[in-house]
Design a protein around this ligand. Structure first.
Ligand SMILES: Cc1cc2nc3c(=O)[nH]c(=O)nc-3n(C[C@H](O)[C@H](O)[C@H](O)COP(=O)(O)OP(=O)(O)OC[C@H]3O[C@@H](n4cnc5c(N)ncnc54)[C@H](O)[C@@H]3O)c2cc1C
Length: 186
């Protein structure tokens, strides 16, 4: 998911494509105020969501700016993901091995909160996964693998990887550290 300029178009395209490719997923960003209502719509149609904070700087009218609010919204969206997907499992729409959603953050408090929600739910350990940018938080990743969780490493690939990375850097200076560390370590 790119910045909010593209959210509507991306979701419209996604909603069309999942009619043909039901394993496809889409990203929602906890920074955006609209994400809770987007999530409700997506889960109704069986969409698979990757939850992130957001890599872009957005206008305060449409986005939360303080870390507390972004994190509080992330928690709320996590709760919604666990609640809704529990229904899908209960209604036997999916089995224990079906991947339903992804948690893409390096924030240890949010990862711990996810595990807490999972323990209090009937969601299977393979029904969701944690996703990390390559080279970041290796020690946490190892620990999660040992506990049996699914882990995915995110890497840029293909001819456009450099353009993509530069675009991300322009959007938010803090990403320089994330990208540089990821490239050096990998
Ligand atoms: C798999 C994946 C896919 C993504 N896809 C998208 C997307 O499609 N669209 C989009 O807008 N954004 C995307 N992002 C980026 C995301 O929105 C955040 O900008 C990025 O992940 C940083 O936020 P955070 O959740 O890790 O939390 P932050 O608040 O940045 O970090 C929380 C804590 O994690 C730790 N931490 C974070 N980074 C590091 C580091 N480099 N080294 C050590 N500790 C660190 C620190 O303790 C920090 O306090 C994606 C991220 C991942 C992991």
């Amino acid at each position: 998911m790119e910045s909010s300029k593209y959210t509507d178009d991306t979701l419209v395209i996604y909603l069309e494509l999942i009619n043909y490719y039901n394993d496809m997923g889409v990203v929602l960003q906890s920074t955006l105020r609209r994400s809770a209502s987007d999530l409700l719509h997506l889960v109704e149609v069986g969409g698979k969501v990757r939850l992130v904070k957001e890599a872009y700087q957005e206008n305060e009218q449409i986005a939360f700016h303080s870390n507390e609010k972004v994190n509080a919204n992330y928690r709320k969206l996590l709760e919604m993901l666990f609640r809704h997907n529990h229904h899908q499992l209960k209604n036997k729409e999916v089995d224990d091995n079906t991947l339903m959603f992804a948690i893409a953050t390096h924030d240890s408090q949010l990862i711990e909160y996810t595990i807490e929600l999972w323990k209090n739910s009937k969601i299977g350990i393979k029904n969701f996964e944690f996703q990390f940018l390559r080279g970041i938080r290796d020690e946490m990743r190892k620990d999660l693998v040992e506990k049996g969780f699914r882990i995915v490493e995110y890497i840029s690939y293909g001819r456009e990887w450099l353009h993509y990375s530069i675009r991300r850097l322009r959007e938010r200076k803090r990403n320089i550290f994330l990208l540089a560390r990821s490239l050096v370590q990998s």
